[in-house]
Write a protein that binds this ligand. Structure first.
Ligand SMILES: NC(=O)c1ccc[n+]([C@@H]2O[C@H](COP(=O)([O-])OP(=O)(O)OC[C@H]3O[C@@H](n4cnc5c(N)ncnc54)[C@H](O)[C@@H]3O)[C@@H](O)[C@H]2O)c1
Length: 323
């Protein structure tokens, strides 16, 4: 079994690469290093390639053939909501064309399974309560729409019998499994708070007038190491059964507010953190929390880490990158 990990030099992908390598599996990484770095892939082979460029399906097929790839985990994509609103065509080109090329290469070379990085962004405005996979999908930005299109593409290809597919809908990913694999992007709450504190600024809280216990937005924070384990479980499940396609939430089932995250980071860092409360951001729902029952039932996966361990590992990795 050889696993191709696209985007394996990035934040989440590098965790999966390290986990697979340490469990004795053969791994090859394809990454254009646009946001990832070569050091993150460790001893695995790195092929530098833009999966969405003209001719990429053929280039990917050559990698699959040369390395005897049986399974693929596809992370390579753009993930910034603000950029996707400003330049939607780039997001469709990168995220949709990129997956198309990966699937063309897989079907041409007979790869048997694909795990696709989807997102809770496919749900859009959530009314509250735990979100199940059969909740309506109505993404509110181009990024979320590229992920939903990606799920449809994978499901349709899997329905032909050519391969098996699993789309994992990640909720809010944070932390680090190893201090050298922290999240380098200052794009989500945890890294935004760490960044602001490091600059001596007060992190901004977007709205404290939501209908939640403390008024700030509630999300489901999943440790990146737990998330990485879910990918390995998905690969193992596809090798062992005949279900063509699955779509599964990856979350803890527990909601945590923005103010609770700030308090948790304050405890991990051992410093008080004063915040600046500003207005809500357009399109921010009050609460988005996964119902993880399906992934628990189907893959036997459940989150093992706690909010405290997630935030402490994020802080360790942040310091590691800025000695
Ligand atoms: N981080 C999150 O909270 C989150 C949540 C939901 C879904 N996701 C999805 O998970 C995946 C990985 O996210 P991440 O946080 O590790 O992001 P990341 O930016 O750290 O990793 C993406 C990796 O893919 C590479 N890449 C990007 N476009 C490429 C292309 N066209 N060809 C080849 N390589 C390319 C980058 O260089 C990078 O190494 C993405 O698909 C993202 O949309 C992330």
């Amino acid at each position: 079994m050889t696993v191709l990990v696209t985007g394996g030099a990035g934040y989440i992908g590098a965790h999966v690469v390290r986990l697979l390598v340490r469990s004795g599996r053969d791994v090859v990484v394809v990454d254009d290093l646009s946001t990832g770095t070569a050091e993150r892939v460790g001893g695995a082979e790195l092929v530098r390639l833009d999966v969405a460029a003209p001719g990429s399906a053929e280039a990917l097929a050559r990698v699959l053939r040369r390395r005897g790839v049986t399974d693929v985990v596809h992370f390579a994509a753009r993930k910034r909501v603000d950029e996707s609103v400003a330049d939607p065509l780039r997001y469709y080109q990168q995220n949709v064309d990129g997956l198309g090329a990966v699937l063309r290469a897989c079907t041409a070379e007979g790869a048997r399974s694909v795990v696709f990085s989807s997102s809770a962004a496919v749900y859009g405005d959530v009314a509250g309560g735990l979100v199940r996979e059969d909740a309506p999908t109505a993404p509110v930005n181009p990024y979320g729409r590229t992920k939903l299109v990606g799920e449809w593409m994978l499901r349709d290809v899997a329905a032909t019998g050519a391969l098996r597919g699993t789309a994992l809908r990640y909720f809010n990913v944070a932390g680090a499994g190893w201090p050298d694999l922290g999240d380098p992007a200052v794009a989500n709450l945890v890294t935004r708070v760490l960044d602001a504190v490091g600059r001596g600024e007060r992190p901004r809280v977007f709205g404290t007038d939501f209908a939640t216990a403390d008024g700030s937005g509630v999300r489901d924070y999943v440790h990146v190491m737990d998330l990485a384990r879910a990918h390995v479980a998905a690969l193992d499940a596809m090798a062992g059964d005949a279900e063509p396609y699955r779509c599964l939430n990856v979350g803890t089932g527990t909601g945590t507010s923005v103010l609770q995250v700030v308090a948790g980071l304050s405890a991990a860092m051992g410093v008080p953190i004063a915040t600046e409360v500003v207005g809500r951001r357009a399109g921010d729902p009050a609460e988005v929390v996964a119902d993880p029952a399906a992934i628990e039932r189907v893959l036997g996966w459940r989150a093992e880490e706690t909010l405290a361990s997630t935030l402490a590992s994020a802080w360790d990795a942040w310091r590691h990158a800025r000695p």
